[in-house]
Design a protein around this ligand. Structure first.
Ligand SMILES: *Cc1c(COP(=O)(O)O)cnc(C)c1O
Length: 393
């Protein structure tokens, strides 16, 4: 990379708390499927702001919503309802079929809320049951409760004792979930497709089995749709494709198409928080609400989910050619949350070579390469990405 990137990169390393290695580029602007670094170098983006920028980089609807709302009201206070919050809540509930929503700013925050809501319900309705079954290999965020829910062994002891009350069972194994249920369990928490786990989908039978199990045992089914929601897996919410309705659902990532926003949705009968038990300074923040409303309307009006299905199938077809030549294996995922394993190279090497060649992809596991492009991606972008990828497999 050139001198400007390196100079900015050094400044970043001086000023920003180290949380992991990053490539020696610094991003300055973006539009649609493209990002540009401080030297004006272009990258075709198949990371999509980490499955976040569904409508692409700097979409006009987001810019307009922010400008309009900023002139009207930036922040009222969490102690008052605000108008755009009500409008967005109603439209999101209409689109999802839930009864009640609480807004946050990040996926981890929404999951914290879901864990608290389930535990509160357990206190009220299940003699204080508070245990939550979650899955090996899952990811639910980086707050301490979300870390305890996450299925990473290394996180159990990373920051001292983990929050108790979580049991991890293998994904796609209904027998293991059933065996883990006892009187202390109040909920099962699951991702319809494990995103950070490497785009591993749950089978329809498994998810339907979990729903039946939760009904049988009178415990809550919680879907973490932070990554799978908002069209990413080919329907507005993944639960719609799977034919089951969770009791609680969390959303983040795509919901703000780049603006920090998350949501916790549930049914009237599980709306059990009482005064002062949950909240947040930025819950229902008007700028976030205006963006959320604009993104939801645009996502539905442009049939973004349909595009995810179509272009997702096109990517699979193209990857299939590499599979036939033995270069990739185990192509998996749903819609535009896709991954494959390299048969010859480390995922991180492929990622680094693609970046030098102007393509951004991600490697969530040692051999895996993941695609999670903006949901407005077109076939021509796929053709360009496949051409670059093909040089580095
Ligand atoms: C990214 C992610 C989270 C965490 O979201 P943040 O906004 O980073 O807190 C939680 N669950 C899933 C499934 C995710 O993919």
């Amino acid at each position: 990379m050139g001198a400007d990137n390196l100079a900015w990169y050094e400044r970043a390393r001086e000023s920003l708390l180290y949380v992991g290695p990053k490539p020696e580029i610094v991003i300055e602007r973006g539009s649609g499927l493209e990002l540009f670094d401080v030297e004006g170098r272009r990258y075709l983006d198949f990371v999509g702001g980490w499955a976040v920028d569904g409508l692409g980089h700097s979409p006009a609807v987001v810019a307009e919503a922010l400008t309009r709302q900023a002139a009207e009201l930036v922040n009222a206070s969490p102690s008052y309802f605000n108008r755009v919050q009500v409008e967005f809540a109603e439209e999101l509930l209409d689109a999802s079929g839930f009864d009640k929503v609480w807004f946050g700013s990040s996926g981890a925050e929404a999951n914290e809320g879901a864990i608290k809501l389930a535990r509160k319900w357990g206190k009220k309705e299940k003699k204080g049951a508070f245990g939550i079954i979650s899955m090996s290999n899952s990811f639910h965020g980086r707050t301490l409760a979300a870390m305890a829910a996450t299925g990473k062994e290394e996180w159990r002891t990373l920051y001292g004792p983990a929050l108790p009350g979580f049991v991890h069972v293998p994904y796609n194994d209904i027998g293991a979930a059933r065996a883990a249920i006892n009187d202390e369990i109040v909920a099962i928490l699951v991702e319809p497709v494990q995103g950070e786990g490497g785009a591993v989908p749950a089978s329809v039978e498994y998810i339907q089995g979990l729903r039946a199990l939760c009904d049988e045992k009178n415990i809550l089914l919680i879907f973490d749709e932070v990554q799978t929601g908002y069209g990413r897996t080919g329907s507005l919410f993944a639960f719609q494709r799977l034919g089951v309705e969770p009791d609680i659902m969390t959303l983040a990532k795509g919901i703000g198409s780049g603006f920090p926003l998350s949501a916790l949705l549930t049914r009237n009968r599980f709306s059990v928080f009482e005064k002062g038990e949950h909240g947040g300074t930025y819950s229902g923040q008007p700028l976030a609400m205006a963006v959320g409303l604009a993104v939801l309307r645009e996502t539905i009006a442009r049939d973004i989910s349909g595009n995810a299905r179509r272009v997702g199938a096109y990517i699979r077809e193209k990857l299939g050619f590499f599979e036939e030549r033995g270069l990739v294996a185990d192509i998996r995922g749903e819609g535009l949350l896709l991954a494959f394993d390299s048969t010859r190279r480390e995922g991180s090497e492929i990622v680094a070579d693609c970046l030098k060649d102007g393509l951004l992809v991600n490697s969530p596991r040692p051999k895996a390469v993941r695609f999670m492009p903006p949901l407005i991606v077109e076939e021509r972008h796929v053709d360009e990405a496949i051409l670059i990828l093909g040089r580095h497999l």
